[in-house]
Design a protein around this ligand. Structure first.
Ligand code: NAD
Length: 477
């Protein structure tokens, strides 16, 4: 989002600089009304009391409609944030699968009969929280929105979805589709506007019972403090500086391709981007040479061009942030081996393009190696042995993901257990499925989305006891 005029928020297509669409900004008074509407829908619509297989029918209908509108949704996201069309199509598929998965999860989830220690039957059930705030970033709107909305609805909640001011166009489409699919009115509403204004008001609102946030670590920290003050449960999916490790015994063709796609897919605007590549010293020059050469040959083009491998960055102001990051890398002594500039040529002039960038020669504790660029910037570091590798790879505040390329199964296991990351990929990278929990260690987050953990995230455990005793209680037991 490059500018907000009066009461509307305009999304700018980063491939062309043209307007992609606009939405109305939510005022504080409108937010109050939306929270009231959501609370009333939660209380009165019957949604939370529907039998799970009936809730599942609506979730499946949402997924069918998303699938039917796949092409137009993918193109809208492409204009909203500039990701290649093929990636946007994949993200709609992901959203379709997510609603289907949580439909099935919700109707098959078991409540538990727990072991009694007295004359009663004891059991636990899951209860929804009520009104849930779901706050999402700009990089993968339809996917991140579905990852929160599907399980939160499956668990019986009402949801106020707050997309990023930089990619506001997909969330209203999801809300429209949900309504058309039969979701009771008021259960999914969209809050639009700047994070620091309406986002902060949403988090602080006493009518919001639970907050689920995906975004930057600094924002997550601020939200966590507000939530702590009012003892509201919070889930935080935050940033990363994920290590991508290439051992000398790896299949180097596969490893080089994965390192490239791990950082330059989505133009590096992925929380799990493998932004630090660790290469074993004995193969450092060879592998780094191959990585830099491949980075220089990546086809940077319009998101809907044939054969595009990397599109523009999501906004012009984000490109400025990435440029400042690379300028600082240079001032820290980094050697830029590929990229480090905007591409030249008429085709790139109107868009927020930046070249795939590979840098080495930096100290592991430099800011470039410690901070997230959230762009197409890869830093390379050598390692000599496992102990040094583990210390270096774990040596940031983050712990979101990591990749390990090795021909030695046991080494893959050892490293996989030793590395501080919520997701570890051995001989693969950036796999992310709805059915497998996802989240961060350390400053990369709190809580797990996806899988059954992702459903439990939006529910609270209640224990119920049914007494079987036939004699009155004594005063003191
Ligand atoms: P951001 O933190 O700036 O914003 C994320 C969302 O929070 C937006 O909707 C924004 O409007 C809102 N927001 C901002 N300040 C707020 C406040 N004070 N109170 C309430 N809401 C507020 O992040 P971004 O720039 O949109 O996204 C990039 C970041 O997201 C990166 O750090 C990336 O790693 C992270 N991310 C993490 C995951 C994950 O699953 N771990 C996935 C995607 C992106």
């Amino acid at each position: 989002m490059d500018h907000i005029i009066a009461e509307r928020l305009t999304s700018i297509d980063p491939a062309t600089g043209a307007e992609a669409g606009s939405v109305a900004v939510t005022t504080p008074a409108a937010l109050d009304r939306m929270v009231e509407t959501a609370a009333a829908a939660f209380r009165d619509s019957g949604w939370k009391d529907l039998l799970p297989h009936k809730r599942a029918e609506v979730l499946r209908a949402i997924s069918d409609r998303l699938e039917a509108e796949k092409e137009s949704l993918a193109r809208l996201q492409m204009r909203d944030n500039g990701k290649p069309l093929s990636e946007c199509r994949g993200m709609v598929d992901y959203a379709v699968g997510t609603f289907r998965y949580y439909a099935s999860a919700c109707e098959t989830l078991q409540t538990e009969v727990t072991t009694p220690r007295g004359p009663y039957v004891s059991m636990t059930v899951l209860e929804p929280y009520g009104v849930v705030a779901a706050i999402t970033p700009w990089n993968s709107p339809i996917m991140n929105d579905a990852t929160k909305v599907a399980p939160a609805l499956a668990a019986g909640n009402a949801v106020l979805l707050k997309p990023s001011e930089d990619a506001p166009l997909l969330a209203p489409e999801l809300a429209r589709i949900a309504l058309e699919a039969g979701l009771p009115e008021g259960l999914l509403q969209v809050v639009q506007g700047r994070g620091a204004a309406i986002g902060a008001a949403l988090v602080a609102h006493p009518g919001v019972a639970m907050i689920s946030f995906t975004g930057g670590t600094a924002t997550g920290r601020a939200i966590g403090k507000v939530a702590a003050d009012r003892v509201a449960p919070v889930a935080l999916e935050l940033g990363g500086k994920s290590p991508h490790i290439v051992c000398a015994d790896a299949d180097l063709d596969l490893a080089v391709a994965a390192v490239i796609s791990g950082i330059f897919g989505s133009a590096g605007q992925s929380c799990v981007a493998g932004s630090r590549v660790f290469i074993e010293a004995s193969i450092y020059d060879e592998v780094l040479g191959r990585v830099a050469e491949r980075a220089r040959s990546i086809r940077v083009a319009a998101p809907d061009a044939d054969g595009v491998e990397m599109g523009p960055l999501a906004s012009f102001h984000h490109r400025e942030r990435v440029e400042a990051f690379v300028a600082r890398a240079r001032s820290e002594g980094g050697r830029v081996l590929a990229g480090g500039a905007r591409p030249e040529g008429a085709a790139y002039e109107a868009g927020a393009y930046y070249l795939p960038t590979v840098i080495d020669g930096l100290a592991p504790d430099s800011l470039t190696c410690q901070e997230e660029a959230f762009g197409p910037v890869l830093v390379a570091l050598p390692f000599s042995d496992e102990a040094e590798l583990i210390a270096l790879a774990n040596g940031t505040a983050f712990g979101l993901a990591c990749g390990i390329w090795t021909g030695d199964f046991r080494k893959g296991w050892r490293l996989g257990r030793a590395l501080e990351a919520g997701s570890v990929w051995v001989n693969t990278y950036k796999q992310s499925v709805t059915s497998t929990p996802f989240g961060g260690f350390k400053s990369s987050g709190i809580g797990r989305e996806k899988g059954l953990d992702g459903l439990r995230l939006y529910a609270q455990v209640k224990s119920l006891y049914f007494g079987l005793q036939t004699t009155p209680f004594p005063v003191s037991k």
